[in-house]
Ligand binder design. Structure first.
Ligand code: HPA
Length: 271
């Protein structure tokens, strides 16, 4: 996407809200409660925002919310753009570029994921400590725009220890158990075959999903600090073949909403 278009989107948002948040949140499947907890809100449906694609997945609402969460100014994306919907990587990661131009410093994300780690059960929350990019296309392929970041970005600490420490501290205060692990992102829209779940686990991944990795890469490229939390919605068992459905994923995601809202709200003042 041309810099001019990204700038156009950022300028439009700046002209339509007086909020100048430094923290952005991307809300994945079944996190409506967190979105609803944002007060003094100004909402922009994606269809109104210049150059923004429209989210097509049931359960993903499709609006940008500016407001306050636990007293802290935030901008929250209720619904993200997935590669499997047919969007280009430029479209999938437009929001992170726009965030950069809006002055966002920190990006918090959630996603739904299948858990391959045998210690995991559905309903677990997993801090993403690192990722494996298994998408067929790299979001930074093409001419590099130095205004965002360097041609060959270091990827040693995408998910900063600082934010992980804050999450653990808040979780401890709230008596909330958080798992930790590596997230592998693939294009979807199919869930994995039993062989793929096994392969991903052998590769060192603890959870698998269809988002977040392109966003994390582009955000990190332009210097944003990233924190990602996966909601483990299903745990494949290689011996018992059990169907995974979008409905099941959404239902499990719904059960953890209050824990997620409490965790993110608790983290914000400490960031
Ligand atoms: N695989 C990929 N994406 C997912 C899964 C899964 O098992 N569960 C929720 N999102």
């Amino acid at each position: 996407m041309e810099y001019r278009q990204i700038e156009e989107t950022a300028e439009w948002l700046k002209a339509h809200t007086n909020y100048r948040p430094q923290i952005a949140i991307i809300l994945g499947s079944g996190t409506g409660e967190l979105a609803d907890a944002i007060t003094e809100r100004e909402c922009f449906p994606y269809s109104e925002i210049p150059n923004y694609p429209i989210s097509t997945v049931p359960g993903h609402k499709g609006q940008l919310i500016f407001g306050k969460l636990n007293g802290v100014d935030v901008m929250a994306m209720q619904g993200r753009f997935h590669y499997y919907e047919g969007y280009s990587m430029d479209q999938v990661t437009l929001p992170e570029r726009v965030m950069k131009l809006l002055g966002i410093k920190t990006l918090l994300m959630t996603n739904a994921a299948g858990g391959m780690n045998p210690e995991f059960t559905p309903g677990d929350l997993m801090i993403v400590t690192d990722h494996i990019n298994n998408f067929p296309e790299h979001p930074l392929r093409g001419r590099n725009d130095d205004r965002f970041g360097t041609r060959f970005p270091d990827m040693g600490e995408v998910y900063t220890r600082r934010l992980i420490k804050i999450a653990k501290q808040v979780a401890e205060e709230q008596h909330l158990i958080l798992k930790e692990g590596i997230y592998i992102g693939s294009s979807g829209p199919t869930f994995e075959t039993p062989a793929e779940y096994r392969l991903f686990h052998l590769w060192g991944a603890d959870a698998t999903g269809m988002s977040s990795v392109p966003e994390a890469i582009v955000a990190h490229h332009s210097g944003l600090e990233v924190f990602t939390l996966s909601v483990i919605t299903n745990c494949p068992d290689s011996k018992v073949v059990k169907e995974v459905t979008h409905e099941e994923v959404q239902q499990v995601a719904a059960t953890i909403q209050s824990r997620l809202t409490a965790l993110f709200s608790g983290m914000l003042p400490l960031i």
